[in-house]
Design a protein around this ligand. Structure first.
Ligand SMILES: Nc1nc2c(ncn2[C@@H]2O[C@H](COP(=O)(O)OP(=O)(O)O)[C@@H](O)[C@H]2O)c(=O)[nH]1
Ligand SMILES: [Mg+2]
Length: 198
């Protein structure tokens, strides 16, 4: 797939403002710092499309991007340790509201750092999506940080921890530029299935 257009559309802070039209959407979710913004930039080929970690404000919003004839949706990051508090944010209700209210959600990508086992919040996300029968896949990020061997081993461990098949996983590195074609192919395939279903 060729990316002919990639533009920031809008950011939404409240569930009532979530978009509810029929443009097919691909959502990206994961804990803060997992590499979500970097991946959106890498995928679209636009370096500044989604701001990377320097602007934490945006991480609490649902950010929509128009890409070709579909949308990429950057969901709020979770697992932020609040300054001065040991308590962690539970993932935003905005995430749950988005996942249940989007009229045209084709697929959600849950991002996990390839070096770490999934957190409780990651597991809850998966359970949530399974409970509501929402289609999802897992993206393991920052694979430039591991050798091929270590990566394969970690994917096995992560898959086992989540009780998911390894076919549910895509491995990427925005830094080393790995995994873009595969991800775009997945998007293209799911898009055509979705459009034929409509
Ligand atoms: N080594 C490596 N670092 C990455 C990669 N992707 C993102 N990062 C770094 O991880 C940090 C968080 O990235 P960001 O995209 O802002 O994460 P977000 O909070 O999930 O949106 C930044 O310092 C990035 O430079 C990657 O593929 N490889
Ligand atoms: Mg981000």
């Amino acid at each position: 797939m060729n990316i002919s257009k990639a533009e920031y559309l809008i950011s939404v802070a409240n569930s009532k403002d979530l978009l509810k039209d029929n443009v097919p959407e691909f959502a990206f979710v994961g804990r803060s710092n997992v590499g979500k913004s970097s991946l959106l930039n890498y995928l679209t080929g636009k370096k500044e499309l989604a701001k990377t970690s320097s602007t934490p404000g945006k991480t609490r919003l649902v950010n929509y991007f128009d890409v070709n004839d579909f949308r990429l949706v950057d969901l709020p990051g979770y697992g932020f340790a609040r300054v001065g508090k040991s308590q962690k944010d539970v993932w935003s209700s905005l995430i749950g509201d988005y996942l249940l209210s989007s009229k045209s959600l084709v697929l959600t990508f849950l991002l996990l750092d390839c070096r770490h086992l999934p957190s409780e919040q990651d597991k809850q996300m998966i359970q949530y999506m399974m409970h509501y029968n929402l289609p999802f896949m897992v993206i393991v990020t920052k694979i430039d940080k591991l050798s091929k061997q270590a990566l394969n081993l970690n994917i096995k461990k992560i898959a086992a921890a989540l009780k998911l098949r390894e076919e549910m996983f895509v491995a990427v590195s925005s830094q080393a530029k790995l995994g873009r074609e595969k991800l775009l192919n997945i998007i293209e395939t799911r898009l055509s299935l979705f459009e034929n279903k409509e």
